[in-house]
Design a protein around this ligand. Structure first.
Ligand SMILES: Nc1ncnc2c1ncn2[C@@H]1O[C@H](COP(=O)(O)OP(=O)(O)O)[C@@H](O)[C@H]1O
Ligand SMILES: [Mg+2]
Length: 473
């Protein structure tokens, strides 16, 4: 099962290479055979011409002895050269000269071939495998007519046993096929080696790491450094593992934060109420401690509501109801809600609008939540008797809303963390009234609206401005 991919691949590639090499070897063999016979034919034709000349001078010579001797010499020479036995006949087909005594039975007899007429017309005859009684073998026969001017004077016939011709051919076939088989074997080995290196090993590494990660070992990574799709897969896999690790870390952190945030108010509520029930707290102080317990319960309620809001937002359960809103009107509405707190802290609130009405596309309830959270922070972190400034202005197709308050600036190292859940930059001062969930909620809402928010410090401890964008209509 585990090796099925590699065996499938090797089977496929080996079949492909085997088929290719078989085709190549077959083509080569056929081509070589044709080439070999062609060569042989050309050679026989050329040498046959030499004999034809001797035949002509023999036939035209009144003192035939010398030219017959020369003819025999030539026949012996050519016979040796092209390794064929040579027979010569007159224009009627009667054999009168042979190069090898084996053929003495043929002497003074007819060549016995049907193609005599074709030869008479000047054609050469080639027979690739006929049985010869004398040699008791299959032979290759090449016949060439002899012409003196335009008159037909006879036939030169050359006989070669086929197995003799095929001996060198066989050697070539042997070499071709052995090379083909060797090539297939070498290719298979190379394919096996490379598929192991390039595919199988990296894949099984990724597989092994994936199993470890799924068992909770989220710090595991694959270590593959190749410049191809497998390398890309490994990179994507590691990126996925990174985010998995981050999610896992976030989840743990979140759980411990939530537990901590829930435990501290519950502990103090339990302490106060327990104290009252036990009678440890004097009767006249009961009211005081009950008030504190009540405040703690309020804080718990707020915390739980915020948590539920965030969870719902992150689960994508809030559908936004986008409508046309006057942002200026909403700001005025929110400021009024903070009137008591503003008066208590003796704050000076400045609201500046670029235009009387500014229409934007947003969800009304969510937008109120954003502004309320920002104002809540401003009122909470502003110095006593300080200033809060809210203004809206148009920039292109956006409306910029900024909320400024006097007071200490947010330390530079904290400014990018304030958007994280439960993050509170000044832990001691804000712990009582803080949840650290306000800004994450704000950011979440604005992200869903497709808008942006950022914080800017004025000069050192000269205050903080939160600015967010909205889409103008
Ligand atoms: N207007 C502000 N001025 C100074 N610091 C701020 C202001 N608004 C937010 N912060 C910092 O950002 C942190 C996160 O804010 P937030 O998410 O609203 O939580 P919370 O208001 O419950 O503390 C705050 O604890 C505070 O340190
Ligand atoms: Mg807040």
């Amino acid at each position: 099962m585990k090796n099925s991919l590699v065996s499938k691949m090797i089977a496929a590639f080996t079949s492909i290479t085997a088929i290719s090499f078989i085709i190549i070897a077959t083509i080569l063999s056929v081509w070589f055979q044709n080439y070999y016979f062609d060569q042989r034919k050309t050679q026989m034709d050329k040498q046959g011409q030499l004999i034809a000349e001797s035949v002509k001078s023999y036939l035209n010579d009144p003192q035939q002895e010398i030219s017959l001797y020369r003819l025999r010499m030539n026949m012996a020479f050519v016979s040796d050269l092209v390794s064929a036995d040579i027979l010569i006949s007159d224009s009627y087909g009667l054999v009168y000269a042979i190069s090898n005594t084996k053929y003495s039975d043929y002497l003074s007899k007819n060549l016995g071939i049907k193609e005599m007429d074709e030869l008479r017309f000047g054609r050469t005859i080639e027979k690739k495998g006929i049985y010869d009684k004398v040699l008791d073998k299959v032979v290759y026969v090449y016949m060439k007519p002899v012409f003196d001017g335009s008159s037909f004077r006879g036939v030169i016939a050359m006989y070669t046993p086929v197995d003799q011709i095929k001996t060198p051919l066989k050697r070539v076939y042997y070499i071709i096929w052995i090379s083909a088989i060797l090539a297939v074997i070498i290719c298979s080995i190379v394919i096996y080696y490379f598929s192991q290196r390039i595919l199988i090993k990296p894949l099984s590494q990724i597989n092994a790491v994936a199993r470890k990660i799924s068992k909770g070992d989220v710090e595991r990574r694959v270590n593959i450094d190749s410049n191809d799709e497998i390398g890309e897969l490994a990179d994507s896999f590691n990126t996925m593992a990174d985010s998995l690790e981050k999610v896992e870390k976030n989840r743990r952190e979140f759980m411990s934060n939530v537990s901590h945030e829930l435990r501290s108010p519950i502990t103090s509520i339990k302490g106060f109420i327990g104290g009252i029930l036990d009678g440890v707290i004097p009767k006249d102080k009961e009211n005081y401690y009950l008030t504190i317990a009540y405040e703690e319960i309020q804080r718990l309620t707020r915390l739980i509501n915020d948590l539920l809001d965030l969870a719902a937002m992150e689960a994508g359960k809030f559908s936004l109801r986008i409508s046309e809103l006057d942002i200026n009107e909403i700001i005025k509405l929110c400021v009024i809600k903070f009137e008591t707190k503003i008066n208590d802290k003796k704050l000076k609130v400045d609201v500046v609008f670029q235009e009387e009405h500014l229409y934007v596309a947003a969800d009304r309830d969510r937008l109120i939540q954003v502004i309320t959270n920002l104002l809540d922070n401003a009122v909470k972190y502003v110095s006593d008797e300080g200033n809060i400034k809210i203004n809206t202005k148009i920039k292109g197709n956006k409306v910029l809303v900024s909320v400024f308050n006097d007071g200490p600036s947010i330390p530079e190292e904290d400014i990018k963390h304030i958007w994280e859940r439960f993050y509170k930059s000044d832990k001691s001062r804000t712990s009582k009234v803080s949840t650290g969930l306000g800004l994450p909620i704000v950011r979440n809402i604005l992200t869903q609206l497709g808008e942006d928010i950022w914080a800017e410090n004025k000069a050192k401890d000269q205050g903080v401005t939160f600015i967010f964008t909205l889409t103008k209509i």
